[in-house]
Design a protein around this ligand. Structure first.
Ligand code: AMP
Length: 360
């Protein structure tokens, strides 16, 4: 891929108009880029802070052609954009980053785990499940409880069920819609960590300090960063991130979710080929946050520094928790990031707050 940097004034296309697209667009705007969003929803959170939005389905060939012709580089804010759309953009000559391979790997949990283990980024043991018989065989091999997840289109704990005995195999298989799935051994983790890393068009790599993540009901609630980890753990996580970035010939920011098994061992849960909720702390904890980093990477600019200058506690505000904005606006160390979503549906990510503390 060419490493000639795109100058300010160039236009970047983003597939997806949610909060990640919005924060990418804001970062791009500060660096002098124009941004065009493609999203089927009118007035999307990202569309409202960008120069333009194409309102169309992600697989609309005309919309993709217009986006490709308007943009000097195209990226995406979520991994479930149709692979065929990215392929169409690339075939039309658009510079798409991350590329189709990263997307394909992240879209299928079996492809993902197979790739990860092949580059030494070890995952939990797993079994491919295409039938209730496969599920029963998997339970015998991996033990119970084990977690059944659909191969595709699961996120935030959706499309997943813990299976506690062979007797519930048929019900569990039914509850994931009898779709191609993967059965995962239970990770006996002491905590969940994540690492956000970036790779530039010239192969340069930058890795942020780790975050420690607390989930509730399968959804991220809080990230504490930089996490309190020893140098060996930070080093192992960095090595994992590097192996993934290089193995995918990746360009852009990547999120890697890790299980800390407590004995110095890490297992990769999953990777996200995009900016990541557990990297939001970088907005107020680092000079160059993950959003600017992603824009720098896809535009072929040098990557920015990743050192933390503050300790941050990031909390997601879901649904009507967004009403806390009044109180939070009065908290001196709280930096509020509101996504501009009109409707506070239960569980919907509406905002996050970074509580900033000096480094100890
Ligand atoms: P995921 O959608 O794969 O990110 O999973 C959501 C959450 O479920 C994770 O953050 C973990 O808290 C939990 N989880 C996922 N996979 C496993 C596993 N194999 N063992 C134990 N917990 C898991």
């Amino acid at each position: 891929m060419s490493s000639k940097p795109l100058p300010p004034g160039s236009t970047l296309g983003i597939l997806g108009g949610g909060q990640l697209g919005r924060m990418l667009s804001q970062a791009a705007s500060r660096l002098g880029f124009n941004v065009v969003i493609l999203d089927p929803e009118e007035n999307s959170p990202a569309g409202r802070v960008s120069q333009g939005q194409i309102v169309a389905a992600y697989d609309d060939p005309t919309a993709l052609r217009v986006l490709g012709q308007t943009s000097q580089a195209v990226t995406f804010e979520f991994e479930n954009v149709p692979a065929a759309s990215v392929a169409q953009l690339a075939q039309g000559g658009a510079l798409v980053a991350p590329g189709p391979r990263a997307l394909a790997v992240a879209q299928d949990r079996v492809e993902e785990k197979t790739f990860l283990n092949s580059v030494g980024a070890t995952t939990v043991d797993f079994a491919v499940v295409d039938s209730v018989e496969d599920l029963i065989a998997g339970l015998e091999r991996l033990g119970t409880p084990a977690l059944l997840k659909t191969r595709r289109e699961g996120y935030d704990g959706k499309g997943q069920i813990w299976v506690t005995s062979a007797a519930m195999a048929a019900d569990a298989w039914h509850s994931v819609g009898e779709r191609p799935s993967v059965l995962e051994a239970k990770a006996a983790f002491v905590r969940e960590l994540s690492v956000i890393a970036a790779r530039g068009r010239d192969g340069q790599i930058a890795v942020y300090p780790l975050g420690e993540n607390i989930h509730s009901g399968g959804v991220l609630k809080t990230t504490l960063a930089p996490a309190v980890v020893d140098a060996a753990t930070q080093g192992r996580a960095e090595a994992i991130a590097r192996a993934v970035l290089e193995g995918l010939d990746y360009v852009g920011v990547l999120g890697v979710e890790l299980f800390d098994l407590g004995n110095g061992d890490l297992r990769v849960n999953e990777i996200a080929p995009r900016v990541h909720n557990t990297g939001h702390w970088t907005q107020d904890g680092c000079v160059c946050d993950q959003f600017e980093q992603h824009i720098r990477a896809i535009a072929g600019w040098p990557l920015g520094p990743t050192k933390a200058h503050a300790q941050v506690e990031m909390t997601n505000l879901l649904g009507d928790e967004v009403e806390q904005w009044r109180a939070l606006a009065g908290e001196p160390d709280a930096r509020l990031h509101l996504y501009g979503k009109a409707e506070a549906r239960p569980g919907r990510k509406m905002a996050h707050v970074n509580r900033v503390k000096g480094l100890g």
